[in-house]
Design a protein around this ligand. Sequence first.
Ligand code: C2E
Ligand code: MG
Ligand code: MG
Length: 678
Amino acid sequence: MRHFHLDAGAYSIFSRLRTAVWIFDIDKGHVVWGNEASLEIWAADSLEELVSRDMGRDMSQSVAQRLAQYREDFITSDAVFSENWSLYPKGKPLTLRVIHSGVVLEDGRMAMLCEGMEKQSVDNETLRSAEALLHTKVMITLFADDGHALYRNPAARAVVSDIGETFPQHFVDSGVYEMLASELKQSGASRVVAAVNTKAEICWHEVAARFCYDAVTGNPATLVSEVDVTELKRTQERALHLTTHDVVTELYNRKYVMENFPRFLDLVREEKFEGALLLIDIDYFKYVNESVGHEKGERVLVEVANRLRSCMIDSQDQLARLGGDEFLVQTMDKDIDSRVRKLLKNVQEKFSRPFHVANRSIPITLSTGVVFFPKDGLDATTLMKRADLSVYHAKNHGRNRVSYYDPSFEMAGRADIFHDGALHAALENREFTIHLQPRVHVHSGRIVGAEALARWNSPRYGMVSPDVFISACEEFGLILELGAQMFELAAIEQKKYLRQGRPLTISVNISPYQLKDPGLVQTIEKIMNETGCSPNHLEFEITESAMPEDNETVTQAINAIQRMGFRFFIDDFGTGYSNLSHIQKYPFSGLKIDRSFVNVEAEQRKLAEMIVMMAQAMSYNTVAEGIETEEQLEWLRQREVDEYQGFFFSKPLDREKFAVLLRNEDAELNRQKLWQAS
Ligand code: C2E
Ligand code: MG
Ligand code: MG
């Protein structure tokens, strides 16, 4: 496009003209040149004086924007505009018809050539309305009947995606335009909120259109006014999104799942598919949350959600967060079994890597319950209840596993245990007991102690796993009471054997919640005094992954309890990926190597090897858990591990059976002694 360049010839012609002509430098907000007639209009004493005026200073923002827009239009389309302008030479308003066009300055920048035409004989009302049209933020366009624009006010021009854009092209969705056009035809006016094309992006405008006649030609035309409602629309969308989505993970929420359940089941039926629900619960999420803090706990949830999201196969799988640490996958397929298997395999793979939060590596495992539709239930309530029972079953059988619903799960209703105060009553009735699992000296093969493990044989639910009732007690704030009862039972046993002249070391598991209880030291002291147990023969085990980060209360409690003579062991060592500096802050006496490290093929015991070496280097007592074979025991012997526990020697036994085991061992020993003596 060829633009008009200023040169000496141009100046000389402009000088001779009777009409006022001046050149305005849009960037700098200054007139750079004007002819004699323009000096009069601007009431300037001289050209120098006019040129020295800083016109940008008093310019309103909308005028500045408009001028910048003009400059763009001069550059891109060599446009010419004609407008009624109110100038304020020396503060007095003066209305002119001004014609603006582009002119290139000597330095190559685009400026504006202004021609001031005779005063218009228009009334004040018209003047003001014209001025308002120029300044308003409402976008106003006059379209001819064929759809091309006859006029755009500055606000409309500022956003239009293309100066040649027609009315139909303005709409993103042609269907919306058709609707508007047909209503316009019928009633002469129409209004919609629509997605429209603009220079920057697709926006939402409230578009009001009205049939009219073009004032210049008298032809039928459409006057369109638009207001940008993008922000409002987005806020509305966000609000709507939040009613169906979870804020933390951006997944669908429980409300959405429940409301859409019937539709999901209908769809499965229509497609002649089968459906499945995978209810997924994070193991020990409470511990994670406690040990890394709630804010970082949320990050773990987001990461869990992301990993789960990446496990979905296609749009037939829908993932939601039901609340807390519970997620749900709804899915359907002709071959539902293989789809579920594939999903579960994906999940297993994605969760084999630990999570990194707060400079710690945290392993996350999941307990999953699976139900099928229609096999396991025909309605949302039944299916959800059965999925819940299946998760409960998975947790009750050691967590980190998948349980497919089976009618036998109905016996022990998790829902009951969690809601009807059953735990409270059980604690009151002292239904919790301990089983003792012998701790055996690796070298001598003698029983040197036992771990006290909580047991609940509920008259109503049968045997409930500690994995289930302990976290439930933690959830309901009953763990302090349970912990105290378990410690008391262990202390009584310890005292009993001490009195029999058989000093056994009994270890008791302790929950991190107990360690944070300011009354813990007092509770232990009281039970110690009442039972007369010997603190030197009692130990507390705390699961590694549940060990809180630096915590003043916890450190003080451990130190105080240790001063009384009790010792502390790290339980399930290796599963928490702790760094050693973290562990070293607490005065532990030893560690128990988690069974997952030794209870594997010999060639996979590299980690176990390392743990043993490290523990020995730090002069920790070492106890290996979960020893099930002679081969594993021999491995421990060679590495001089101090003690072991496991089914190979004995399962956890009730107090009576444990006593019998101990008596038998003593009897055997005595026999050997007698034999040796004779
Ligand atoms: P833990 O302290 O690591 O206890 C060892 C678990 O391994 C016990 O499961 C025990 O029965 C099992 N076990 C022992 N030897 C073998 C073996 O050779 N093979 C296999 N496969 N398993 C073996 P249990 O009794 O179900 O306890 C589970 C967890 O519940 C315990 O893990 C402990 O963290 C927690 N717990 C148990 N009693 C208490 C308690 O009184 N208070 C607290 N806070 N937690 C407890
Ligand atoms: Mg233990
Ligand atoms: Mg353990």
